[in-house]
Every structure is written in structure tokens, then in C-alpha cells.
Ligand binder design. Structure first.
Ligand code: RIB
Ligand code: CA
Length: 310
């Protein structure tokens, strides 16, 4: 049994990743911690509660976290991709369950330090909550079983800017703290998430399963498909957060390499860039296991099999 806590900014692809994890019997999803990112943290928290309700798992705690980056104002442009409600402007009714009164940073510390070496932490939004937590309790990095993030890009362009991926760009200072805190860290970045595309035909097949989960995914992805069609002339969308969950569920889907990665901070044009030192020129110890390739068709089959299962 793999015990997970997911730190998330739902978010259409976040919802697809969370529902994927919930369909795996070997996975025990212990909590969702929420953060600003695709939309504000109030909205990402409501969306996290909604997603768990769709899956009939409103027993899982949702713990709100940071509403802004460590040092800068929240620039919130994710609504253009995820809709103003963060779930493709489906404007779902309010969730029945309530978020927990705790705050994400302290909650992560208490749960991880309470089960040393047991919890796999999956971060699929900006890294602000993790930076706050590991700044309060530096031993956190040595007490997770593993940290897997969706973020960054080392061999290709960014998406938020020409050089920066959105989760890192949303809080570069938090990302630098996290990248240098000593976790067993795997980065599932744009280098691999852009290699897998979910097409409209794949979604149509998914919809035929006609379960509450596939109905939800079909509803929230309509907006996403439109954005990709209009902005990128694509029939389908890149699979960002579900790819990170795919690594957690079956790492053999990916090829990766350990390397020293640093994060550009500040307000310049390169802010949020993740820079890999492949030749060791900066003479720093490797700190990240970077995913560089993925078996996309095997991933898509795994996703389809588990998401459509009755
Ligand atoms: O760059 C993609 C990432 O930014 C994903 O996590 C998506 O949900 C957004 O948060
Ligand atoms: Ca996300």
C-alpha cells in the first residue's frame, strides 16, 4: 500500500490526476493540501472538495494552504486555461464537505513526521506549501518516502514563459528552497508531460464508460480542449499532472536521470527557469531525478483502464 498526500491547485489536470490515484487499490490517498495556482486558494480548496465528492471520497481531508507566493503577488493567469472556477467553468454546486481548520504547512509536517519514511508526497501545483513546511521543519525532506513534483523543464521551452514552467514560475523562490532541501525528489516536467497527448477521440471513448468520474472528466475537459484548439491548434491536450501521478503509480513508464538542477529566482525574464547542470560544471551534488522520456501509449492505456473501471 502506497500512502499519498497530494499538494494541488485544482485545476482540470489536477482533478484528472487525483481521480487517477483514487482508482488504484494499491494507493491510500491520505489528504489533499491546496495552494493557489491555476486559480485562487479558496477556489482550489472548493475544487479539491468537489473532486473527492465526485469520487465518493469526501472522507479524505482537504487542508488549505498558501494563497500567494513567498515573495511576490499572485499573478493568477491560470483561469485562461482552467476557467474562472478552475474546473472548466462547469460551475459545479458547492461541495457538501468542509475543508479542515489546519493549514497545509503544519499539516504536512505533522503527518509526515508522524509516519517517518511512509508518506509519498506528490506536488502538482506551485511549491509554496512545501517550501514553508520544510523551512519550519528541515527534517521533513529526510522523512518522506519520496517527493514527486509536476514542474519544470530542462530540455525544452517553458509554458508560462519561454523558459519557465507554470508551477515553478508561480513561485520560483519556493521552488529553489524545495529543490535544495535534500528530498528524494523526482521532477516530472514538460520534457515528458508534453510527450503525452489526450485527444478528443480518447476522451469520447472515456465518456462511454458513463460513470460519475468519466462524466466529470468529460465535463471539465471541454474548456481545456477549446483552449488547446484555439491557442495551440491541437486536437487534445498535454498530460501534465496525471503524468506525475503515472510516475508514482508505475515509475517503469518513465526514463529518468539524476542531475544537479537549480531554479532561477528574481524578477528577470529567466525567473522560474529550471537549469540542469549535465556536465557538473557548477560542481554541486545531484539533487533531482529528472524524467526525460515516457512510454506514452502504455501510460494512456493505464489511465484509461483505471479511470473507466466500474
Ligand atoms: O505547467 C502545468 C502545471 O501548471 C500543471 O500542474 C497545471 O495544473 C498547472 O498548475
Ligand atoms: Ca496543477
Amino acid at each position: 500500500m502506497k500512502r499519498l498526500i497530494i499538494d494541488t491547485d485544482p485545476g482540470i489536470d489536477d482533478s484528472m490526476a487525483i481521480l487517477f490515484a483514487l482508482r488504484f487499490p494499491e494507493i491510500q490517498l491520505e489528504a489533499l493540501t491546496t495552494v493557489f495556482g491555476n486559480v485562487g486558494v479558496e477556489q482550489t480548496t472548493l475544487n479539491a472538495l468537489r473532486i473527492l465528492e465526485v469520487a465518493g471520497r469526501d472522507d479524505i481531508p482537504v487542508v488549505p494552504g498558501a494563497g500567494k507566493p513567498l515573495l511576490r503577488d499572485y499573478r493568477g493567469k491560470g483561469y485562461r486555461v482552467h476557467g474562472r472556477d478552475g474546473l472548466g467553468e462547469t460551475n459545479l454546486p458547492p461541495p457538501r464537505a468542509q475543508a479542515r481548520p489546519e493549514r497545509a504547512a503544519e499539516y504536512l509536517i505533522s503527518r509526515i513526521m508522524g509516519s517517518p519514511g511512509e508518506i509519498t508526497l506528490v506536488a502538482i501545483g506551485p511549491l509554496t506549501n512545501l517550501a514553508l513546511a520544510v523551512s519550519l521543519e528541515p527534517r521533513l525532506a529526510q522523512n518522506v518516502q519520496e517527493l514527486v513534483i509536476m514542474g519544470g523543464a530542462v530540455a525544452g521551452p517553458g509554458n508560462a514563459t519561454p523558459v519557465a514552467e507554470a508551477n515553478i514560475h508561480n513561485d520560483p523562490e519556493a521552488a529553489r528552497i524545495v529543490f535544495h532541501a535534500g528530498w528524494p525528489l523526482t521532477m516530472v516536467g514538460l520534457d515528458v508531460t508534453r510527450k503525452t497527448v489526450i485527444s478528443s477521440a480518447y476522451l469520447a471513448r472515456l465518456k462511454e464508460a458513463a460513470t460519475p468520474i468519466t462524466d466529470f472528466i468529460s465535463a471539465v475537459t471541454a474548456f481545456y480542449l477549446r483552449h488547446y484548439r484555439e491557442r495551440l491548434s491541437m486536437d487534445g491536450f498535454y498530460v501534465h499532472d496525471p503524468s506525475a501521478m503515472g510516475y508514482v503509480l508505475d515509475p517503469t513508464l518513465f526514463q529518468s536521470q539524476k542531475v544537479y538542477v537549480d531554479v532561477e529566482i528574481g524578477d528577470g525574464r529567466s525567473s522560474g527557469q529550471t537549469m540542469a547542470d549535465w556536465r557538473g560544471q557548477w560542481e554541486q551534488p545531484v539533487n533531482v531525478n529528472v524524467c526525460l522520456d515516457v512510454d506514452s501509449s502504455r501510460f494512456l492505456d493505464l489511465y484509461f483502464e483505471h479511470i473507466t473501471r466500474k
